[in-house]
Design a binder for this molecule. Structure first.
Ligand code: NAD
Length: 325
């Protein structure tokens, strides 16, 4: 019998790629989202447009005992979306409601295995003040003190999935993603993250010109290319271990270094102009000890390789947009 999967958030960046990956493995896949994927058609066998905040809609789409449910839908975006404070109520209300509805519908259909995409944003701010030495091991999550409401909602929902595992026999799998990037992600709609935003700025700048960087650019992060994110997701889903676990890269760079790397890929000499803007925690890096220990695998690709692929895709988007103007 063909394995069946439901991907919630299949119109979004990671969900769209995940559908493609599951289809390549022979799954029957239903995708659902408020919208279809923006940059290329979905590979899903069935795609239901609808609002996962609506309980009746969620019950309709969870109409069978899926072998696997991947819950990626969330109200989210980059620093310009989650750190300004303007979207806090929406972020918390929308994402929590989606998780409550999806879990409830899955329990009522006796669906067992559910993947939940949490985020490194749930780690305490007090462990991420030193850009050279941030602490993001899984067991450092408490006492909780995320620096955004987005992170607080993720923490609540992680606990919700684990509570359903404890009380209702749900086989929850919880990953904490760290800055996933790649082609076909937001790059110019206000929800883009640092790698896409920087690639766009570099692609649009003239050689010898400049680009704007939020803050002093000395804040550190690691970035995981989409292919390795999917590999980790699927390995976790098929394992007997529920997490929560970091799925991220350990190759930490400053935002200034990220910008220099993008400029080098583009072959441009660019000034970095530092301007005020939301920056999030001072330092963050994935800690992969636990994933290595439990899955016998951890991401290993070089940032430069994923960034090259992403830069080329964004450059194409910029070019085709400028042709339309
Ligand atoms: P995304 O914004 O591209 O995808 C999320 C999708 O959820 C969107 O397509 C959106 O339309 C959909 N959605 C939102 N509200 C909905 C609703 N009410 N009903 C139906 N669909 C709805 O984000 P992404 O980068 O693909 O992230 C996927 C998941 O991974 C999210 O839960 C996100 O919080 C988590 N995550 C992502 C990253 C990252 O770097 N991309 C990092 C940490 C965690």
């Amino acid at each position: 019998m063909q394995v069946t999967a439901l991907v919630c958030g299949a119109g979004g960046f990671i969900g769209h790629h995940l559908v493609r990956r599951l289809k390549s493995e022979g799954y029957w896949v239903r995708g659902t989202d408020l919208k279809f994927p923006r940059f290329s058609p979905t590979d899903a066998d069935d795609f239901a447009i609808g609002d996962l905040r609506e309980q009746a809609f969620v019950r309709d789409i969870v109409d069978r005992r899926f072998d696997e449910v991947y819950q990626l839908a969330a109200d989210m975006g980059g620093a310009g979306y989650i750190f300004t404070g303007e979207n806090d109520a929406d972020v918390m209300h929308n994402s929590a409601t989606i998780n409550l509805n999806v879990l409830d519908a899955c329990r009522k259909r006796n669906v067992k295995r559910i993947f939940y995409s949490s985020s490194a944003c749930m780690y305490p701010e007090y462990n991420q003040r030193d850009p050279g030495n941030p602490k993001c091991s899984e067991d450092s999550a408490y006492p909780a003190a995320p620096d955004s409401e987005y992170g607080w909602e993720k923490l609540f929902s992680e606990r919700l999935y684990l509570a359903y595992a404890r009380n209702h026999g749900i086989e929850a799998r919880v990953a904490r993603y760290h800055n996933i990037f790649g082609p076909e992600g937001s790059w110019n709609d206000g929800k883009e993250k640092a790698p896409a935003a920087i690639c766009r700025k570099v692609a649009m700048a003239r050689d010898g010109g400049g680009i704007e960087i939020w803050g002093d650019g000395e804040q550190t992060r690691s970035f995981l290319f989409i292919d390795e994110c999917l590999e980790g997701t699927i390995r976790l889903m098929r394992s007997d271990w529920q997490g929560p676990v970091n799925i991220g890269s350990e190759e930490m760079v400053t935002i200034n270094q990220l910008a220099d790397l993008a400029a080098a890929i583009a072959g441009k000499k660019l000034e970095k102009n530092h301007i005020p803007g939301p920056t999030g925690v001072r330092g963050r890096n994935s800690d992969n000890a636990l994933i290595r220990q439990n899955l016998g695998w951890a991401p290993s690709a070089r940032l430069a390789d994923g960034l090259e692929t992403t830069y080329r895709w964004i450059e194409q988007q910029v070019l085709s947009n400028s042709r339309k103007d």
